[in-house]
Design a protein around this ligand. Structure first.
Ligand code: PEP
Ligand code: CO
Length: 446
């Protein structure tokens, strides 16, 4: 299979969730233009990420994968990119201290534009429309015209990804990610928000640790603590786009999907004989697969065989997204089956997608308590099985939105109307995200 693999080979497999592009000529033109554009990431970077993930698979690091459910063409500003990065960096410092291991920072960003949908149509104010599939495909405005898939959007997605990545690289290498600075932001969160006060003790410990390092002569503004490595990821859903971004690495001769460092396969497209698995099996990037409560052990073992035949540490991350209350019943047989086959996967937890419901006002939402409960259950199941709970995958924004319920600054049902701006799933806001990081840091310490 590996020898015969080509970037367009997926086309002879059933491909779920692909848009019905109405204009074949426009599609061909867009894909042709994309395939001539420069790669967004370099293969060597994807290999470095895989090495970090290999450390996670050995229990020597923790993965924090976070960002929007769907990036938007409308909400695209330097401030929102900066604020999202800021929250992720803040969470990472807290988790690093709690876990006593490096935290790998992986954004759902700079390419997270495509959305799988359960139904091909949706009802908005009593009118049935084709579903919104993410800005890389169509627009979210509730009109039939806006919902027509337009291949030129793939080029816009590419260019927005390029500018986002450019800014992320500037921020993470240019001083914005300075450890002392990130710690000051955390202290501000603890001091200023009513919820933050619960975390005074832990923030105080981090402060003493930093003072200790300074006293020992460690230069906290030196380059090691002044810069961070930050990686990008998205769901590899629209296979034409991913194929056009796939290039042969000139150093190794291997194929890489240069649209992001890591690509993942969603819960709805992980059919082992489907096009998404066929496509990603041949690229050398590190990969992830979402695993929901319907997954059977033999299915997951077959996916591991297809995506990680040579059992390479760091190659494959399995992201459990069972839902609170579902973990104990569904996850342990999967942990066991994968271990029995000898696949050195990273196990991470997405506590968002199994916990979505419609709130009283008709908004899709999630409750902070369910998110935290699923993470606790995940840690419990992993620990009972002797498996390292390797990471968490969350949908968040740095903006002060009111999309998820609960948290220590409690968001209530009637607050959802105030600042609900996501184009897809509800995200944790900045303070809920830090709340979660402090709670998970506590879990990591035990
Ligand atoms: C997502 O991550 O936004 C998503 C659609 O997840 P899943 O495939 O787990 O449902
Ligand atoms: Co989502």
């Amino acid at each position: 299979m590996q020898n015969a693999w080509t970037p367009d080979g997926w086309r002879s497999y059933p491909a779920a969730q692909q848009p019905d592009w109405p204009d074949a000529h426009a599609l061909e033109q867009a894909l042709k233009s994309l395939s001539a554009l420069p790669p967004l990431v370099f293969a060597g970077e994807a290999r470095s990420l895989q090495e970090r993930l290999a450390a996670v698979s050995r229990g020597e690091a923790f993965l924090l994968q976070a960002g929007d459910c769907a990036e938007s063409f409308h909400d695209f500003t330097a401030d929102s990119i900066r604020d999202k990065l800021k929250v992720i960096l803040q969470m990472a410092v807290v988790l690093t201290y709690g876990g006593g291991v490096p935290v790998i920072k992986l954004g759902r960003i700079a390419g997270q534009f495509a959305k799988p949908r359960t139904s091909a149509t949706e009802e908005v104010d009593g009118v049935t429309l084709p579903s919104f599939r993410g800005h890389i495909v169509n627009d979210d405005a509730p009109s039939p015209d806006a919902r027509v898939p337009d291949p030129a959007r793939m080029l816009t997605a590419y260019h927005q990804s390029a500018s986002t990545l450019n800014l992320l690289r500037a921020f993470t290498k240019g001083g914005f990610a300075d450890l002392s600075q990130v710690h000051i932001w955390n202290q501000q969160f603890v001091a200023d928000s009513p919820g933050g006060r619960h975390y005074e003790a832990l923030a105080g410990e981090i402060d003493r640790a930093l003072r200790f390092m300074r006293s020992c002569g460690v230069d906290l503004s030196g380059s090691i603590l002044h810069q961070v490595d930050f990686w990008t990821s998205h769901e590899a859903l629209i296979l034409g786009y991913e194929e056009a971004m796939t290039r042969r690495d000139s150093l190794t001769g291997d194929w890489y999907d240069t649209s992001a460092h890591l690509l993942w396969i969603g819960e709805r497209t992980r059919q082992v004989d489907g096009a998404h698995v066929a496509f990603l099996s041949g690229v050398s990037n590190p990969l992830a697969v979402k695993v929901g409560p319907s997954a059977r052990p033999e299915e997951i073992v077959a996916l591991c065989a297809a995506l990680d035949p040579s059992r390479t540490p760091g190659r494959l991350t399995l992201i459990s997204r069972m839902g609170a209350g579902q973990v104990a019943a569904h996850l342990p047989p999967l942990l066991e089956a994968v271990r029995a086959e000898g696949h050195p996967v990273v196990w991470a937890c997405d506590p968002m997608h199994g916990n979505t419901f419609v709130g009283a006002g008709g908004r899709k939402t999630r409750h902070f308590d369910h998110v935290l409960t699923e993470i606790r259950e995940f840690f419990g199941a992993c620990r009972r099985a002797g498996v390292w709970p390797g990471g968490m995958h969350v949908e968040l924004t740095g903006d002060d939105v009111t999309e998820c319920l609960g948290g220590t600054d409690e968001i209530l049902d009637h607050h959802l109307e105030l600042r609900y701006t996501t184009t897809c799933d509800p995200r944790l806001n900045g303070s809920q995200s830090l709340d979660l990081a402090f709670q998970v840091a506590d879990l990591l310490r035990r």
